[in-house]
Design a protein around this ligand. Sequence first.
Ligand code: FES
Ligand code: FES
Length: 152
Amino acid sequence: MRLTCTVNGEQRHADDVWPGESLLFVLRERLGLPGSKNACEQGECGSCTVYLDGQAVCACLVAAGQAEGREVVTVEGLSPGGELDPVQRAFLDAGAVQCGFCTPGLVVAVHDLLAANPHPTDPEIREALAGNLCRCTGYEKIMDAVRMAEAS
Ligand code: FES
Ligand code: FES
């Protein structure tokens, strides 16, 4: 099938797409957007989190065919023109990035959290990020990044 959807504000096409392949595969391998990471491919780690019609989803669990005609925003789309989103800036400033594999998904998840709840409590942050796994940081720097982002 030919897949047509809006990605980061631009209409994009991908040809020869198998409808059952994942949106994550389409983004990374067909559309040249490697920001969303592929760690588990099972909806367990959150490293592939993107917005689909404004809702944060695991792109590895979305079939490409489900994205037809819809609007996708990836972590790349949060920094149009290369200007970092405050959440991205906060992750850097807080030192919340080590290997970085979890970071794109966390950035989208935090962006989503703060859009809905600009001043979350610590338990609310932990709950919102429960689906995003990080093997490196111990999460405290990530909590710092969220607090910095909400203050900016
Ligand atoms: S790669 Fe999608 S949740 Fe892990
Ligand atoms: S920084 Fe390595 S998994 Fe989070």
